[in-house]
Ligand binder design. Structure first.
Ligand SMILES: Cc1ncc(C[n+]2csc(CCOP(=O)(O)OP(=O)(O)O)c2C)c(N)n1
Length: 611
């Protein structure tokens, strides 16, 4: 056992070392080292099933399942993913990154194994913030019907990225207060005495009935839906954890084991500021402090944060909403300035959007700041509660496009494609920082749903010339030229400008650059005029080629019978792996060089036709 305890410290040391160099999910992984060891000690996950909810806490699991040597490549191009990945290991059953799905996929595996007469144990590890996600609750509700072993390990560290919010969080907090550590040890001993060990299943079942009554402090929600609940158990006491798991493993019914862990465990700065160290970028330690490289220009998130504060000062109806991501979406300053106008609803994107609809109907001006990839969870609410009602809610889609090291599970490559068919929605993509502020002002003036997309990146140098206010369906011509047009969207305007400048200097080619600003409604006049006569148009977007701005332009050309000498550069029809965002953009051809080269080819092809 002492070796195992030493192993937990060694895992933490390794994780700190690699995350400080590569960036990644630090605090959650430090907190779950003992629990991961205990799970692997008690179960045989070469046969048994282990599902990580979200999956960001799987680093120790990766190291323990044959990936120790590659761990230094974490989140790097060609290296290990920062999330579970079946491509890497049979111990990773699903590639995950979105919260709430583990109980459902575990339930599916449990049913499948039962049908196939496979005698496996199934374990889902879910954090205290993710267990309140609607999908988790749907999963619990259904999995409770299983008549077999099914273990949900509730890893409760009282944190989402920020503090966990909501009524269940408060219930868990009460459990924690009731069972402070000394007490916790007693209750765990009590629990151990009551849990089956070595008996026949029928005896075990008898114990479980009693077990239901042995619950000392637990929130009743799990028992109400039909789960056995055991806990709380200290998550850093490895021998006890192993003893508890060995017994809980034998229970032939759906069971929740509630484990307390400390986010950031074993690392002073991560314990002190678990939110900052939830998913830090690379850093170095100087005089005991983590030092981060400052961005050379303000990020899009920071720019949004400032712009929203300015709008909120002008209009007191503006309220801000987040689904458990105040820091990532830039709402921390807003929360400080306007605590009464800020809502953090926990990891519940569908609820956030539906609630925003209610707020808008009640006369407020909600701004929902959300990552593009997570808005996918709320598609139906955007459809029904926002668009069908024509309600003025502003969706600010951070991390739109390719997201860099978080990789395939987090890219926001589909928002234009899934939002564009919804009648009445307006889709904006600002080209620089000033445009983001203008887009937000426009969105808050507009009487209907608006989504604004921007990437995880620094903002580019300001586009040339004055920044005109946004007008519905009006693009902005940022560079004139008659030989060809680059129609660029959002963060792609800057590389499009660089490509056009290069082509002018190196090839004497005069390409116009049109900043689309709107993916919907399109600037029909400007685009139609630029297509006239078969002038080449290259559409460039940090979005899937399928269904994005390029598709919209081709639909317009088809509808109006316009000549469509159009090519599209965008994200191809495959999942792009983790790497830096610049590497990913280069890999898919969304860089200055590929834009210039593609436009040259188009112009050359046209010249050939005309010869
Ligand atoms: C649907 C969804 N929304 C938001 C996120 C962003 N996110 C990643 S981890 C995390 C917090 C998870 O908290 P918890 O489940 O308690 O796990 P912990 O990190 O505390 O171990 C959040 C909000 C996500 N991954 N998926």
């Amino acid at each position: 056992m002492p070796e195992l305890t030493g192993l937990a410290d060694a895992l933490r040391e390794r994780i700190i070392d690699v995350v400080s160099r590569n960036g990644g999910h630090l605090a959650s992984n430090l907190g779950i080292a003992e629990l991961t060891i205990a799970l692997h000690y008690v179960f045989d996950f070469s046969q048994d099933r282990l599902l990580w909810d979200v999956g960001h806490q799987c680093y120790a699991h990766k190291i323990l399942t044959g990936r120790s040597r590659q761990f230094g490549t974490l989140r790097r191009k060609g290296g290990l993913s920062g999330f579970p990945s079946p491509a890497e290991s049979p111990y990773d059953l699903f590639a995950t990154g979105h919260a709430g799905a583990a109980i459902s996929t575990a339930a599916g595996l449990a049913w499948a194994d039962q049908r196939a007469h496979r005698d496996t144990s199934v374990v889902a590890v879910v954090g205290d913030a993710s267990i309140v996600n609607g999908l988790s609750l749907e999963g619990l509700n259904n999995a409770a019907m299983l008549r077999r072993q099914f273990l949900v390990v509730l890893n409760d560290n009282s944190m989402a990225i920020d503090r966990t919010r909501g009524a269940l969080a408060e219930a868990l907090e009460r459990v924690r207060m009731d069972a402070r550590y000394g007490d916790l040890k007693n209750s765990t001993e009590h629990l151990l005495q009551r849990l089956p060990m070595g008996e026949e299943i029928s005896d075990a079942l008898k114990h479980i009935k009693e077990g239901l009554r042995t619950t000392l402090h637990g929130p009743k929600v799990f028992e109400t839906v039909g789960f056995n609940y055991f806990g709380p158990v200290g998550g850093h006491d490895l021998p006890t954890l192993i003893r508890v798991l060995e017994r809980v493993r034998r229970i032939p019914r759906p069971t929740v084991l509630h484990v307390h862990t400390e986010k950031g465990r074993g690392c002073v700065y991560a314990v002190d500021d678990p939110c900052r160290f939830h998913s830090p970028s690379a850093y170095t330690i100087r005089e005991g402090k983590a030092v981060f490289e400052a961005p050379s220009r303000p990020t899009w998130t920071k720019t949004f944060s400032r712009a929203l504060l300015a709008c909120a000062r002008r209009d007191e109806r503006v309220v801000a909403m987040t689904a458990a991501m105040p820091d990532g979406t830039g709402l921390v300053e807003f929360r400080e300035a306007f605590p009464d106008r800020m809502l953090d609803v926990g990891i519940s994107e569908s609820h956030a959007v539906a609630m925003a609809a209610g707020l808008a109907r009640g006369g407020q001006r909600p701004v929902v700041a959300i990552y593009s990839t997570f808005l996918q969870r709320a598609f139906d609410q955007v459809f029904e509660e926002l668009c069908l009602q024509k309600l003025p809610v502003v969706l600010c889609l951070d991390r739109a496009g390719l997201v860099g090291p978080d990789g395939a599970v987090h890219h926001g490559f589909a928002d234009i494609a899934y939002l564009r068919p919804l009648p009445g929605i307006v889709l904006l993509a600002p080209g620089d920082a000033e445009e983001l502020a203008e887009a937000l002002s426009f969105a808050l003036r507009h009487d209907g749903p608006v989504a604004i997309r921007y990437p995880r990146d620094e903002t580019p140098a300001p586009l040339p010339g004055p920044c005109p206010p946004f007008e519905l369906g009006r693009a902005r011509v940022v560079r004139e030229g008659d030989d060809a047009t680059i129609l660029a969207c959002g963060a792609m305007v800057a590389p499009a400008m660089q490509a056009a400048e290069y082509l002018a200097d190196a090839r004497g080619l005069r390409a116009a650059v049109v900043n689309a600003r709107f993916a919907k409604p399109l600037d029909v006049t400007t685009i139609s005029r630029r297509l006239a006569g078969g002038t080449p148009m290259l559409v460039v977007e940090d979005h899937a080629r399928i269904g994005g701005l390029g598709s919209a332009v081709l639909e317009l050309a088809a509808d109006r019978n316009l000549p469509a000498n159009v090519r599209c550069l965008g994200i191809p029809d495959r999942f792009v792996a983790h790497a830096s965002r610049a590497e990913q953009l280069h890999e898919v051809g969304l860089d200055r060089e590929t834009i210039a080269e593609t436009l040259c080819q188009m112009v050359a092809a046209r010249a050939e036709v005309h010869e």
